[in-house]
Design a binder for this molecule. Structure first.
Ligand code: ATP
Length: 297
């Protein structure tokens, strides 16, 4: 029997999706276990929203399969959606309602809606119950969207660009709220973002999606352990960098090259030594540097 730690909340297998000639998802396979904060990163148009829409059951998997809580969300949407908190990229909030009205309205849909928790989130986000939604700032709308997504204490939070359009302070608020809810209740979160510094701070697992393909699917820890950045110097100018293992990106002016690579650091050191080069700087790249190196080469 599966232990609680190994319970799989999201399971996507060989999912492909095309819109006309556009291949939005290409053979995507991923698993998200219970309690994980999964950060889905990718450029505009990479396929993040399309993947989230499949998890919500808005799109039927034509190729491959999608299971959330072990259920096909298209086959049994109620069973899946009642356990999900969802924040859409464009927030989808009724502008004509007041904050308090929306809270009461949403409560009617969710038997597990928790008034005390909703009020706490409203206070934490400094949202005025009487404010008209159309008059809220983008940041306040994102916070209200997050309140509505969380107040029924869902087992899975799906957040599409939760902090898009927010300033740095509001972004920290949103992130803090997500992390807190996960830590408190062992919830699972999948969120998409193109803000790599934010993903680096919050996610414990990273999925990088590039032109519809999942090019990286790794824990943040493993990602940091397996990627390295170096400055390497040679005595004589090198027209191109010598053959070295695991190089993802290199830029330089002949004698000195900045290199980002993956794999064993020791192997890289030995290979540089064999070419009579010298490592003058070594460090751990940021998620942003890894992403750029992987998608631009
Ligand atoms: P962004 O960060 O800009 O929101 P994304 O990673 O969420 O991007 P998607 O919205 O999933 O990307 O789009 C992936 C690709 O599929 C894009 O090229 C987009 O134009 C296309 N696409 C998505 N939905 C549709 C649709 N309903 N009809 C036609 N093309 C679509």
């Amino acid at each position: 029997m599966a232990t609680e730690e190994s319970e799989i909340i999201i399971e996507v297998k060989h999912l492909s999706r095309s819109f006309g000639k556009k291949e939005a998802l290409k053979d995507v396979t991923l698993q998200v276990p219970k309690g994980q904060v999964f950060g889905l990163v990718g450029e505009n148009g990479a396929g993040k929203t399309t993947l989230i829409q499949h998890l919500m059951g808005a799109y039927k998997a034509k190729m491959g399969s999608v299971r959330v809580f072990g259920i096909d969300p298209v086959y049994d949407p109620t069973a899946v959606l009642s356990r999900i908190g969802y924040l859409s990229e464009d927030r989808d909030l009724p502008g004509w309602m007041r904050v308090g009205e929306l809270m009461r309205y949403m409560k009617a849909f969710y038997p597990k809606w928790d008034d005390t928790y909703a009020a706490r989130l409203r206070d934490e986000f400094s949202l005025d119950e009487r404010a008209k939604i159309r008059n809220l700032s983008r940041g306040e709308k994102a916070k209200l969207g997050l309140l509505v997504a969380q107040a029924h204490r869902p087992e899975l939070l799906l957040l599409d660009e939760p902090s898009s359009g927010l300033d740095a302070v509001a972004r920290l608020d949103i992130l803090a709220a997500v992390v807190k809810s996960v830590a408190e209740e062992g919830r699972t979160v999948l969120f998409s973002s193109h803000l790599l510094d934010e993903v680096e701070r919050v996610a414990d697992h990273v999925g990088m999606i590039h032109e519809g393909r999942l090019v990286v699917d790794m824990s943040m820890e493993a990602l940091k352990e397996t990627h390295h950045k170096y400055v390497v110097r040679w005595q004589t100018p090198q027209p191109a960098i010598p053959e070295l293992p695991g190089v993802l990106h290199a830029a330089g002016d002949g004698k000195e090259w900045r290199i980002l690579c993956e794999g064993s650091g020791q192997r890289f050191h030995q290979a540089v030594f064999a070419t009579a080069g010298e490592i003058v700087e070594a460090g751990v790249p940021t998620l942003e540097q890894i992403f750029i190196a992987r998608v631009t080469g």
